[in-house]
Design a protein around this ligand. Structure first.
Ligand code: TEU
Length: 579
């Protein structure tokens, strides 16, 4: 039986600082803006916030390129402002997670400036520096064939050292060399700086990239492109677990800090267990990328494989049944700042379905075992930018790099880009970063009417905003609040209960259904989720006598031996053993 802890019972609300609330009308969200919304966040029924990076940064990757971990990006505020936010949250019995980006820094970080200055300085090995590979014709080449996650080679030549440095993301995000004991200790000091100020834990960015194969071997060649993934040599490398244990013993354990590792490239049950099995004493929980990759095709993010309900069933089944085997814990999430909105990708934002579909996804997130993470705006059914927005509406570096690379390969012909636009409309990171839609005033109440917002505001805000949903008992927002109350009320069952899938042979392929049971309280719940735009009728005689705990369909649709679901319908049945 799993031990009960606060972080298992938490519900986390992700805030993208640039896009939440602007207090000084410069068009960019900020810390005082977030403070002003603490009562709203509390009223939702969530108890923890996760802030994407707010630290000093040249903002080449929206703050995931940090130049100083101990100061705050000036337009967002100051360290004092952040202290005010921490204190305000704590005064309201809420907690705060920060984003810990220590796989890489900005090239503007003092550490990198020093490291690149010579081959002999004290920080010369804090990053990955390698001599060029010189070929038979005397040409200078990259040390290996690894491809950057944002495109092109992962290696960049630096004139002052006459060497290449490794950067798995942007050229301005050099990877830190975790083999350096001094470098590790310096990042631990930065972590303590924030934990000492009351931060309750970290979401650890690109966590499993911190240990690379020490020889940095060439990646497996799978096509005739000049650069190859190489992930088999830079993800979950040989010292990964040593680093995490050192971090936990040396830092996190002294503060009861909550840890959520972002785990890319590592997908199999055994490898995942090594991070979160209780007896390993490493991380509390993980984001496995598979849930935001369900519509990625064979050539990566911007190639297509249509979403199908069987995919979410498979991934959910895998982790819900795996975690109890090794007494591990996991997150439950569908959205983050790196993806399109799940509503638009995995359900439907079509006007006739949007509210129902958003509530169905909320039902999924809040009835599974694991710590739910929601992205600000999810509670009002915020959606992707529609097809009326052209390439200029998209400003994120990942999507732009992809668009420009394809455009170049096609000889610069803009009329040939429809397929790329279709993928951006589904998956671009911009959708997860849209300014929060507070009300129907100009600029959605995110910033003043005369300010210039830092990025596109989705014009559907006129209808889809917080103010219009607050007093409407049938709104998406009201449904989220009700579900969050239920999750707390049925904590033993919904947080800690066991999980069993209802077989696809019973539900049909479009409906995902599962049963949660608590041996402790004798309660069970059965959750039916219709992931299609067609009505469904599911045999349910096994659940005769169950009552309806909640539903997103006006009339519940429960008969003696069937559950009827409207398109994107969701029904949760409930029973308490009476013996
Ligand atoms: O993302 C890590 C990561 O692996 C990304 O490639 C992610 O899969 C991609 O953005 C999906 O489109 C983290 C952050 O979440 C992301 O915002 C940063 O850009 C990245 O690290 C670099 O710090």
């Amino acid at each position: 039986k799993t031990e009960k802890t606060w972080w298992k019972e938490a519900v986390v609300y992700q805030i993208y600082p640039a896009s939440f609330a602007d207090s000084n009308n410069d068009g960019l969200g900020d810390i005082p803006g977030i403070v002003s919304k603490v009562p709203y966040i509390k009223s939702l029924g969530v108890d923890t916030i996760w802030l994407s990076p707010i630290f000093a940064s040249p903002q080449h990757d929206m703050g995931y390129d940090i130049s100083d971990y101990r100061s705050i990006h000036a337009p967002y505020g100051t360290v004092e402002d952040v202290q005010g936010l921490i204190d305000e949250l704590h005064a309201n019995q809420m907690r705060i997670l920060m984003d810990l980006v220590v796989n890489h820094t900005s090239d503007q970080h003092a550490w990198f400036q020093e490291s690149r200055s010579s081959r002999t300085n004290a920080k010369s090995d804090w990053y990955f520096w390698r001599d060029p590979k010189v070929d038979s014709k005397g040409n200078r080449n990259e040390p290996n064939n690894w491809k950057s996650i944002f495109g092109g080679s992962a290696w960049h030549f630096d004139e002052s050292r006459g060497q290449y440095y490794l950067a798995l993301f942007l050229p301005s995000q050099p990877d830190l060399n975790w083999q350096s004991e001094q470098m590790r200790q310096a990042t631990y000091d930065d972590m303590r700086f924030w934990l000492d100020r009351g931060v309750d834990g970290f979401r650890i960015d690109s966590m499993n990239l911190m240990s690379k194969h020490p020889d940095l071997p060439d990646g497996k060649v799978v096509d005739d492109e000049p650069y190859q993934s190489g992930a088999e040599f830079f993800a979950s490398g040989p010292a990964m677990h040593d680093y995490i244990r050192e971090m936990r013993r040396g830092v996190f354990d002294h503060y009861d800090a909550m840890t959520v590792g972002e785990l890319g490239f590592t997908k199999d049950e055994f490898s995942v267990s090594q991070y979160v099995a209780k007896d390993r004493k490493e991380l509390n929980m993980l984001f496995t990328g598979d849930i935001v990759d369900m519509d990625f095709g064979p050539d990566g993010k911007y190639s297509r494989d249509d979403f199908h309900p069987s995919k979410i069933r498979k991934i959910t089944d895998l982790w819900q049944t795996a975690m109890p085997k090794f007494d591990g814990w996991n997150t439950v999430y569908l959205d983050n700042h790196d993806s399109g909105r799940s509503l638009s990708r995995y359900a439907s934002d079509a006007p006739q379905h949007r509210a129902t579909a958003a509530k169905m996804l909320a039902t999924y997130l809040l009835t599974l075992s694991g710590t739910p993470f929601m992205l600000a705006g999810q509670e009002i059914g915020m959606a992707n930018l529609g097809k009326e927005y052209g390439p200029d509406a998209y400003i994120d570096v990942e999507g732009k790099n992809h668009y420009n690379a394809v455009l170049k390969a096609r000889g610069g012909d803009e009329s040939q880009m429809q397929d790329v636009m279709t993928e951006l409309q589904l998956k671009a990171r911009d959708h997860g970063r849209l300014p929060m839609q507070w009300d129907d005033s100009a600029n959605a109440g995110f910033t003043s009417a005369d300010a210039k917002p830092w990025m596109t505001i989705n014009q559907d805000y006129v209808k889809w905003n917080v103010a219009s949903q607050l007093d409407d008992g049938a709104s998406v927002l009201s449904y989220w609040k009700q579900m969050l109350v239920l999750r707390k009320q049925y904590n033993d069952l919904l947080v800690y209960g066991s999980y069993e899938a209802v077989p696809e042979s019973t539900t049909g392929e479009d409906v995902f259904a599962y049963k949660r049971s608590s041996a402790e309280t004798g309660e069970s719940a059965v959750v039916f989720l219709n992931f299609s735009d067609r009505a469904q009728r599911i045999p349910a005689s096994k659940f005769r006598g169950y009552s309806v705990l909640c539903s997103n369909q006006g009339s519940s649709g429960v008969e003696d031996d069937h559950v009827s679901l409207v398109p994107f319908g969701a029904v949760v049945l409930y029973d308490r053993r009476r013996d």
